[in-house]
Design a protein around this ligand. Sequence first.
Ligand code: HEM
Length: 620
Amino acid sequence: MVSRCSVYRHNGLGKRRIAAANQNARSEAASPLGLPPSFLHSAPRDDLQRRRREEGEGSNLRRVEVINTREIGVSASMSSAVGAQAPVPEGSPGSPRLLLEPLGCALLLPPLLLLLLLALAWGLLLVRRRGVPPGPRPWPLVGNLGFMLLPAVFKRCIWSLLRLQRCAPRPRDPSRYSSQVVLEYLSRLYGPIFSFYLGPYLVVVLSDFHSVREALVQQGEVFSDRPRLPLISVFTKEKGIVFAHYGPIWRQQRKFSHSTLRHFGLGKLSLEPKIIEEFKYVKEEIQKHGGNPFSPFPIISNAVSNIICSLCFGQRFEYNNSDFKKMLHLMSRGLEISVSYQMMLINICSWFYYLPFGLFKEIRQIEKDLTVFLKGIIREHRETLDVENPQDFIDMYLLHMEEEMKSNSNTSFDEDYLFYIIGDLFIAGTDTTTNTLLWCLLYMSLNPEVQEKVQKEIEKVIGPDRAPSLTDKVHMPYTEATIMEVQRMSAVVPFGIPRMTSEKTTLQGYTIPKGTMIIANLWAIHRDPAIWENPKNFSPERFLDEEGQLIKREHFIPFGIGKRVCMGEQLAKMELFLMFVSLMQNFIFTFPKDAKKPIMPGKFGLTLSPHPFNVIVSKR
Ligand code: HEM
């Protein structure tokens, strides 16, 4: 409660006044907070009038208005101002100024320190930003996450400003906040190379093919590390393949994993029967729905996951296995949550990860469940390992690990590392290919004329009964062009997997400091109107020449480029071709008549999945 009172200050103080002031000060010293009572209570009106009479109206008095308060939390600025106005000579033992100073200082210190820290952070930021690619102005400490932390009403205002500059999407466009759309608009504002701050971390986004090629290929040695962000470290411990640091350990582990997967058929005809066998189960499951609309998501993800599970764990899971279904759900949910704005807060303060509520709690539970599942499988393998007859990736790794440990006590091959590699293969091998196949089904049901052309080619080259083979691929350019066009449009891994510079460098004239996180915006490259004619149109023909033969286009890079290019590229291409052709050979996919078309940019969660949709199948 704020009230006003008037205090009169004389230019020269009389004896009586000093005595009164000293008495005042004694009683003030006894007040609970060391605050003079006159600051806690309004001075009685008649007392003031009496003082006015004593000191004489019209003498050289100066009237000072002071805001007084009964509340204990008297503002620090006020207490210092009041100190200056107190009617007591400076330095006298009972002076309220002296009494107030420690309190005023104590109150002032934290905000001053905070201001100082912010100014320091701001200064450092300005120095660090010198020469780096342009971008939105960051806030100290939170960087451009500040925007995310704003209340919705402010976000809407900023977004409206962007819209005024014709940079932001239409107000009713439901995809306006999806990450790839936001980054696309930022690149329109700042150019194909721009930067922003994720908390205190500098991120540079490359949205055109030339800068991506220059960085990831021509300067591959500098741009091949993975970021050391708290969000990444907390989940991956920087182990495995996907998020391991660029160096000898990553090289050894990737080389071993790639050659072992090849041993079990990756990229070879010997894997074909496994994929064809898996399709039989897919067909059975699809037929169960008759002519009713259904979501293809659970069937496709189980099928795709079974391929990588066969290679890694030596086992497949039935489509009605509820535990496995739960794992698949947790995996895609985990990927979705891990790139949410809330999770980004972990980059500002890593202990956010341990918060006992919301998405933080959910992601910890997901991590725990997936860990129990994968560690259980590794334990079973260790207990039943047949040294003479290794059956799958885990067996081979355990054997190699024993060999390595005998000769090298510092080897990076251990059970912990195996756990992270298995996690990488299980997640990377399931989510990416599943989403690509789902996009294929969505685009086919929305573009029946393309579907028909694919089916005609299948009829001509394979016929209705024989199972497809990889050897058919060269004779089926239209089908291959269709898969490529789906991959171009959907850009299932829209920003690749973030890289990090291992030393300071320059890129297209800009300074890129050591430790900068690099995002290669594959989504933007796949939709760059300077490369692709009518990039928003779905047209497999863009991958065909005038004779209908396939054209390899260097700007088509769904698996990334450079030293960290996707390790499962051959496996993914095999699965995509064999599964897609089998589906098209056996069924016609249509979009339910009254159903709403799903929002096309998709649902971003490290990978880009289509929003839930149903299809209706009819037998061919
Ligand atoms: C359509 C399916 C797939 C797509 C679009 C895809 C895309 C990608 C992309 C863009 C990267 C990042 C490359 C970079 O940093 O430049 C990547 C990395 C990786 N992918 Fe895939 N991927 C697919 C399927 C698979 C499969 C089936 C596997 C399983 C074997 C796999 C395993 C990996 C691994 C281990 C890495 C990390 C490589 C490294 O850091 O050295 N991917 N993938």
